[in-house]
Design a protein around this ligand. Sequence first.
Ligand code: R1P
Length: 275
Amino acid sequence: MSSNTPFEAADIIRARKPDFAPRVALILGSGLGVLAEQMDDAVSISYTELPGFPVSTVHGHAGELVLGTLAGVQVVCMKGRGHFYEGYGGGVMTSAVRTMKLLGCEMLFVTNAAGSLRQEVDAGSLVVLNDHINFLPASPTAGPNDERFGPRFFSMANAYDADIRNLIKDTAAASGITLHEGVYLAAPGPHFETAAEIRAFKTLGADVVGMSVVPEVISARHCGLKVAGVSVITNLAEGLTPFPLSHEQTLKYAAIGAKDLVALIQAFIARLAQV
Ligand code: R1P
């Protein structure tokens, strides 16, 4: 959709923190907003003040944009995201992602809470994403194309940048953090998946399942942002666990996994400052 909202949001952000030149944009998923507490010189702006930013209706998504410095690097951090199931449609995150691009970010680092399709990768684990499968009903780039941000047709090869992923894996190894790797499948939600769906998704090649990430990754690749992604596993997926799934469980285990996630991202950003 052709819209000036990303330009309007970028102007508001620049006015709130002059000379701010972020390299990295971070999106913090369910219960993962704690990372923003590690930022220095932080300025917070409510999504309600930013045109095009989806006001979060989900517990664990603060709905604040935080501008500041993490491990010596200027970053912009979305504490919470909008989801397809909240009724915003497939382009739920497009304007926000384009705003990050206009601010000068080179990279989008997405985080999320997800279910694991691998029995050995249990709650509290981290999984670096190497690709995705889109089970949402539409692309965020369907509809009229806004040429100011990217072309009509674009490649999703190397969508989760291999060089960045290797740097994240090296960082995890050097920090003593166990990091798995896998493919994220986006389901529409808000209901959790059935056991039969999970069996099907596993056959298709998915390792983790959630209800986000993909719209923002597609939007980021459209406008030329490099992408990194890490899931915090908050549960084994339906059919792999006797425990009933709930958002309360998501938030409980996100808080546990967030400790390693925060350490990993801080160490990664510190390394990024050297390259
Ligand atoms: C389910 O508990 C919620 O947590 C995850 C799922 O996608 C769903 O929205 O949220 P994030 O993907 O935003 O972390």
